[in-house]
Structure formats: structure tokens, C-alpha cells
Design a protein around this ligand. Structure first.
Ligand SMILES: NC(=O)c1ccc[n+]([C@@H]2O[C@H](COP(=O)([O-])OP(=O)(O)OC[C@H]3O[C@@H](n4cnc5c(N)ncnc54)[C@H](OP(=O)(O)O)[C@@H]3O)[C@@H](O)[C@H]2O)c1
Length: 248
């Protein structure tokens, strides 16, 4: 199995790389911090691990990087990637209308527009090849529009989940599969501050183990970890705004 993971230099992406490498998967790991990718590669056992510095906000570079890694994996120009995990993301944001359009724009750019670029680049390879597995890392915060600093973030994650669902509907019954993961709180660099404040935080290893299991089963969607996030997702979906406004 040959898997490309974006945002593999820390957190969930790096841990997915460790867990897939332990299963003998061949990996292509991309992120901006190349030195972190090199350290990770050197710590992984066995199978081939390719690394490349890539800023996913450089959309032309995303298309080039995916196509090049596919060729490097060796099935000719139409590509040798079996799976692409669209994971790179940022957790920034500010209440809308408070003078920080720059931060909210950056969040929507990286988490939605650049994630769309990654889906486009991956799907181009998968369509040419007639098979493949696209995995999109959304968030539990996509379930509702979230207040204050999370508004743009939740919108970005809802947007990319909708892109994945549209593709899944289009490709139903074909050898191209699409999985959307909705993580709750899993310890990573992104949520170091939240980690002190919530008892709902999973360890990186445990949370990612659940993600990896869902990916390998090629499920359509999964709240990860399932407990407590699957039932909480249902509650969130139906909660009145008075409850939602406390998520800030
Ligand atoms: N941890 C959670 O509880 C949680 C919950 C819900 C959703 N998520 C989602 O899970 C994904 C992974 O996040 P994480 O929690 O593992 O956070 P993290 O430790 O901060 O990792 C984020 C990764 O994304 C990469 N990245 C960010 N901007 C990038 C860019 N412009 N180009 C290329 N790579 C970029 C970072 O690499 P470089 O800085 O080296 O580029 C890093 O490898 C994100 O999409 C996040 O929204 C996480």
C-alpha cells in the first residue's frame, strides 16, 4: 500500500505515518518543515518513505508534488498512489468582524481551498488509474457553525467535508473510495492549549489508532475516537444555539 500524507511533520499526520509504517506501508510524507519529515523518516522502520517540503497553499506545487510522488512510486505517469490523506491544516481564527480577516482568510485558504487542491490533485491520479482511496481529515467542529475564534475553522472543515461527500456520492459503487474523518480532541501541536482544559482529549497514539482503523476499513465517515464523539456529534447537531454559543 502506497500512501501520501500531507501535514505529516507533526501531530496526527506524523503519528499516522508511524502507524502505517509499522504495517509495512510505503509512504510519501509532505509538509513545510522538511527537517521534521527527515527526522520522522529516519525513525521509521522498513518500507520506503519519500519526503518532500511542500506548502499546500502553493496549489501548483501540490499538483506537481502528488504527480511526481506517484511516478516515483513507479506505475508510470498515471500514478502509483493507492491512498492520499488530506490532513494538513491550521487551527487559527478570530471572531468575524474584529479586524482579523487575515487570520480567518488564512484558515479558509489552508483548510478549505488548499484541501480542495489536494483533493483535485489526488482525484486526477485516481480517475486516470480507475481506483484509489481519498481520505479527508475534517473535524467534529464541522457539525455546526462554531462561535468566536472557531467560526472560520468550523466553516473550513464543513466545506471540505461537503467536498468529500459530493465525491463519495458521485463515485458510489466504483473502485474509488472516499473517507471523511471527524476527529474530536486528539493531542497534537494544534491543541496544546486546549489539552490543559478538557478531559475529552485522547492521546495521539490512541486517537490515531482509531483513525487508522477507520481508514483501513475505508468507511464513508467516522467520528474519531467513536467515544465520546459519535454520540456528542448527534447532540451537537441538534443542540440549540444557546448550547453552541458556549463552544468558544
Ligand atoms: N488534533 C485534533 O484534535 C484535531 C481535531 C479535529 C481536526 N484536526 C485536524 O487534523 C489535521 C492535523 O492537525 P494536528 O492536530 O495534527 O495539528 P498539527 O500538529 O498542528 O499538524 C498540522 C500539520 O499540518 C501541516 N501544515 C499546516 N499548514 C500547512 C501548509 N500550508 N502546507 C503544508 N503543511 C501544512 C503542518 O506542517 P508544517 O507546519 O511543517 O507545514 C503539520 O504537519 C488538521 O487538518 C486539523 O484541522 C485535528
Amino acid at each position: 500500500m502506497r500512501t501520501l500524507i500531507t501535514g505529516a511533520s507533526s501531530g496526527l499526520g506524523a503519528e499516522m505515518a508511524r502507524q502505517f509504517a509499522a504495517k509495512g506501508h510505503e509512504l510519501a510524507l509532505v509538509a513545510r518543515r522538511r527537517e521534521r519529515l527527515a527526522e520522522l523518516r529516519d525513525s521509521l522502520p522498513g518500507a520506503r518513505v519519500l519526503i518532500q517540503a511542500l506548502d499546500v497553499d502553493d496549489h501548483d506545487a501540490v499538483f506537481r508534488a502528488f504527480a511526481d510522488r506517484a511516478v516515483q512510486f513507479g506505475e508510470g505517469a498515471i500514478g502509483g498512489l493507492d491512498r492520499v490523506i488530506v490532513n494538513a491544516g491550521i487551527g487559527k481564527g478570530a471572531p468575524v468582524g474584529t479586524g482579523r480577516f487575515d487570520v480567518n482568510k488564512q484558515t479558509i485558504t489552508t483548510n478549505l481551498l488548499s484541501a480542495l487542491a489536494q483533493c483535485e490533485a489526488a482525484m486526477q491520479l485516481f480517475r486516470a488509474r480507475g481506483r484509489g482511496h481519498l481520505v479527508v481529515v475534517s473535524s467534529m467542529s464541522a457539525v455546526r457553525g462554531m462561535p468566536k475564534a472557531m467560526t472560520a475553522y468550523s466553516a473550513s472543515k464543513a466545506g471540505i467535508a461537503a467536498v468529500a461527500e459530493g465525491l463519495r456520492a458521485e463515485l458510489l459503487g466504483t473502485p474509488i473510495k472516499v473517507t471523511t474523518l471527524f476527529p474530536g480532541y486528539i493531542r497534537s501541536e494544534m491543541n496544546e492549549q486546549v489539552a490543559q482544559r478538557t478531559p475529552l482529549m485522547s492521546s495521539t497514539e490512541d486517537g490515531v489508532r482509531v483513525m487508522v482503523r477507520a481508514i483501513e476499513k475505508q468507511v464513508a465517515t467516522a467520528a474519531v475516537p467513536a467515544w465520546p464523539w459519535r454520540p456528542l456529534g448527534v447532540v451537537l447537531r441538534h443542540a440549540p444555539l444557546g448550547v453552541i454559543r458556549r463552544f468558544a
